[in-house]
Design a protein around this ligand. Structure first.
Ligand SMILES: Cc1cc2nc3c(=O)[nH]c(=O)nc-3n(C[C@H](O)[C@H](O)[C@H](O)COP(=O)(O)OP(=O)(O)OC[C@H]3O[C@@H](n4cnc5c(N)ncnc54)[C@H](O)[C@@H]3O)c2cc1C
Length: 460
């Protein structure tokens, strides 16, 4: 990182004491070139036509790249003293402007904090900026890997996943990050004149889970690991999408089958995967799956003659290969957006007691407008599915109508077209623990301001 004290945006220089900050953190790498800072102030909010309008012009005033936790403490102290907002940015793959600094200020690039502190069978202690792909590469030779990762595993960090993500590949077995035991501990730095470094263990670590960095700067995490199986990537084609759903559900329920991914997608979603053309059949829906090699025989007997396996390859996510999981979760939407920017998406959670009926009900309500792409997961110990359906976008009113109709029919929506925690959460409010904790660790409301919109700073 080049330290550059180039032109500082005049308005922000007047708004915040950036010169005072630079003096206070002398020696910590910074970038002040407005074009470079603006480029880094973005994430994947452009998936949403609504957020794209609201967030495109937002930018931090300065990017600061701490080299270690001591640097983080210095930056947090200076920001608190000078009342400068601070938004953490890791891989920048978030979807709802999570890392976009709404009020300018400091963009804290956490990527250099990437040291593995230790690992042993079943557990790793690692700095927050470590890439998940690097973590798996390190622990795999010992027979372990992260229990779950987003489809952005190759570019996202473990801290960004815990602060901004929910679950992904692996959640069909372990549930999401919110399930007890899926985050063992977190170390955070507070945003105070004299920052504290706090260890949150067990349930307390949920205070920083999916809080968009509003409840502390995470510097290290202790994460549970799973056995690293030899995974097989599979594509299975089906005449009928609901046959694909039923098969996926049968495998999800089969506790003896070791799996990491079960992704049904209706035709024509697979038509947007040109690189997989040889394994896709026109008009056919698909299930994309990752199955442990020893479970393959059982997997195939559950399939029977319901569908056809068109792809069966040992899993490989080395740098020059595009792994199958990069067609699932929110990569599915990305592949379609690459061909056509008129679509968008939703994030749904279907009721576990009537999963398939509920998916069918929603499909029947919006045929050809909301195209089902589902992901089998465990949620609170039950097998169900979440979904990231493709939505043929018309206007904000229609999008809100589609959301309301889902909710009226018992399908929970985590709205990806809003940037606040409250509006994006399934419960339409900030988590009570997180909101209360924020008062303790961020009294001036400097951490990613505007994202927890109900928070009123307890000190001014
Ligand atoms: C194509 C695509 C596919 C995706 N698939 C999935 C998926 O399968 N599952 C899923 O859950 N998400 C998914 N996402 C969303 C996103 O990629 C993940 O949540 C990812 O883990 C974010 O990590 P990141 O390092 O890029 O974090 P960033 O985008 O940089 O940050 C995310 C949020 O966390 C905060 N943050 C980051 N690091 C810290 C820290 N150290 N301390 C405090 N706050 C911090 C940021 O301020 C921001 O609010 C997807 C996104 C895209 C674009």
């Amino acid at each position: 990182m080049v330290s550059s004290r180039g032109a500082i945006n005049r308005t922000s220089a007047a708004r915040y004491d950036i010169d005072g900050l630079l003096a206070a953190i002398d020696g910590v790498p910074t970038v002040t070139d407005p074009v470079a800072v603006r480029r880094r102030s973005r994430d994947f909010f452009w998936y949403s036509p609504i957020l794209n309008q609201q967030l495109a012009a937002k930018s931090a005033d300065i990017l600061v790249a701490p080299r270690d936790e001591a640097d983080v403490v210095r930056v947090a102290a200076a920001c608190a003293r000078l009342r400068i907002p601070l938004t953490v940015r890791a891989g920048g793959t978030g979807n709802y402007g999570q890392a976009v600094p709404l009020e300018g200020g400091v963009l804290l690039d956490i990527n250099s904090l990437n040291v593995v502190e230790w690992h042993k069978p079943g557990v790793i202690r690692v700095q927050a900026g470590a890439k998940m792909h690097d973590i798996d590469a390190l622990t795999r030779p010992a027979g372990f890997e992260l229990r779950m990762h987003p489809s952005t595993k190759r570019s996202a960090t473990i801290g960004g996943f815990v602060a901004g993500g929910s679950g992904g590949i692996g959640s069909v077995t372990y549930g999401g990050l919110r399930e007890p035991g899926n985050i063992l501990a977190a170390r955070i730095v507070t945003a105070e004149e004299e920052p504290r470094v706090i260890e949150l263990r067990g349930d307390a670590a949920q205070k920083i889970n999916r809080a968009y960095g509003t409840t502390g700067i995470i510097t290290a995490l202790e994460m549970p690991l799973a056995p690293a199986w030899p995974w097989i990537d599979l594509i299975i084609t089906f005449d009928d999408f609901f046959e694909a759903m039923r098969f996926g559900y049968d495998v999800a329920l089969a506790d003896g089958v070791i799996k990491k991914l079960l992704t049904p997608m209706i035709w024509p979603i697979p038509a947007n995967f040109p690189a997989l053309k040889a394994h896709i059949r026109d008009g056919k829906s698909v299930v994309f799956a990752m199955i442990a090699q020893p479970s393959l025989e059982t997997f195939k007997s559950i399939l029977g003659d319901r569908g056809t396996i068109t792809y069966e390859v040992a899993h490989d996510d080395s740098p020059n290969v595009v792994p199958l999981y990069e067609y699932t979760w929110n990569h599915t939407t990305l592949h379609w957006l690459k061909q056509d920017r008129t679509i968008t998406y939703l994030q749904c959670l279907f009721p576990h007691e009537r999963v398939i009926e509920s998916v069918r009900e929603m499909w029947a309500m919006f045929p050809d407008e909301v195209l089902p792409h589902t992901e089998f997961i465990r949620f609170g110990g039950r097998v169900t599915c979440s979904a990231l359906p493709i939505v043929r976008y018309r206007n904000p009113e229609r999008l809100n109508e589609i959301i309301a109709l889902h909710e009226q029919h018992g399908v929970m929506i985590a709205n990806p077209h809003v940037f606040t925690l409250e509006d994006g959460s399934r419960h339409k409010r900030a988590d009570a623990d997180q909101a209360g904790y924020k008062a303790e660790v961020d009294p001036y409301g400097l951490l990613n301001p505007g994202k927890m919109r109900s928070y009123v700073p307890v000190r001014t």
